[in-house]
Design a protein around this ligand. Structure first.
Ligand SMILES: [Mn+2]
Length: 311
């Protein structure tokens, strides 16, 4: 990321973390190279967002934590490594923004989130529901993490929102698991026809709950994001995915009007712990900002930005 490399979670509010693993991919490999490419592409990111009217780098201490250690020859060992390393990040009070990696890494991430926060709601932007029972005899792959997360009790029952599902599946029963567990599903076709309103309606039901957001890049149409491991036509345009992600912040503003600072629970548009868009840190009694090194001033974000260059 266009950020300073700071592998010390206690100094960060938001840690960007690469997880370069694609041992769970069943078709086209390569997601292991995604973190480094996201970093390269981030060179054009500038601090002020005129749509959301926010400069996140001056508001929060955001840094590139680096990549987690993975084992390219073992899915089980990789999962243990991911959970264990993320546990340390979350225990230090930082929020993690993880960049995979194929979608199998969602499960070890959610295990770590559960350890810190208990069951969470899940918002999933994806072409697939990822609720396969297994694949090639393995309980884990990029198509299974949501099912395993439900089975392990990592998610709040009835609080899963999936947006962008499309394409052919193996059987009509592929959607049975989601129905049984009361998932809210908005297919790509429904999204194209009805826009953001149904999404926002479901999100309002998640108010007061901790939420984890996961975005599988294949939710975007391969015309815009051709490098994905499992391309599916009929997906979202680059503008639509921006609007979809921004809708989370709009919902956050709605919540800001509806709640007081003290009772404020959190909506993170980019990660899963406490709010990143709805309030400044001093309003959070137990925020990470209150426990980090006093040598870091609130204005440090601006200096960080300057230190990594500007165009
Ligand atoms: Mn997918």
């Amino acid at each position: 990321m266009r950020l300073p490399h700071i592998p010390r979670a206690q100094e960060l509010d938001i840690a960007l973390i690469g997880i370069p693993y694609d041992g769970g991919a069943t078709y086209r490999s390569g997601p292991r190279f995604a973190p480094r490419n996201v970093r390269a592409q981030s060179c054009m990111i500038r601090p002020w967002n005129p749509v959301l009217k926010v400069d996140p780098f001056s508001k929060w201490r955001v840094g590139d934590y680096g990549d987690l250690s993975v084992n390219p020859l073992s899915l089980d060992d990789t999962f243990k490594r991911i959970t264990s390393q993320l546990n340390a990040v979350l225990a230090a009070g930082a929020r993690a923004l993880c960049v995979g990696g194929d979608h199998s890494i969602l499960l070890p991430i959610l295990r770590s989130v559960h350890k810190k926060f208990g069951p969470v709601a899940l918002v999933q932007f994806d072409a697939h529901n990822d609720t396969w029972g297994g694949y090639f005899g393995s309980p884990h792959s990029h198509g299974t993490p949501v099912r395993r997360a439900v089975e392990e009790g990592l998610l709040i029952e009835g609080s899963v929102l999936q947006v962008g599902l499309r394409g052919q599946v193996y059987s009509k029963d592929d959607f049975e698991f989601g129905r049984k567990h009361k998932f809210s599903v908005i297919t790509a076709e429904e999204f194209h026809r009805n826009g953001l309103t149904p999404v926002e309606k479901v999100l309002k039901r998640f108010r007061g709950k901790p939420v984890y957001l996961t975005l599988d890049i294949d939710v975007v149409d391969p015309a815009f994001a051709p490098g994905t491991g499992t391309p599916q036509v009929g997906g979202l345009s680059s503008f639509q995915i921006l609007e979809l992600v921004r809708s989370l912040t709009t919902w956050s503003k709605y919540r800001r009007r509806m709640t007081t600072a003290k009772s404020h629970r959190c909506w993170p548009p980019t990660c899963y712990t406490k709010c990143s868009a709805c309030s400044s840190w001093p309003q959070w009694p137990n925020s990470p900002a209150n426990s980090v090194s006093p040598t870091i001033s609130p204005s440090v974000g601006e200096r960080w930005w300057a230190s990594v260059g500007s165009s």
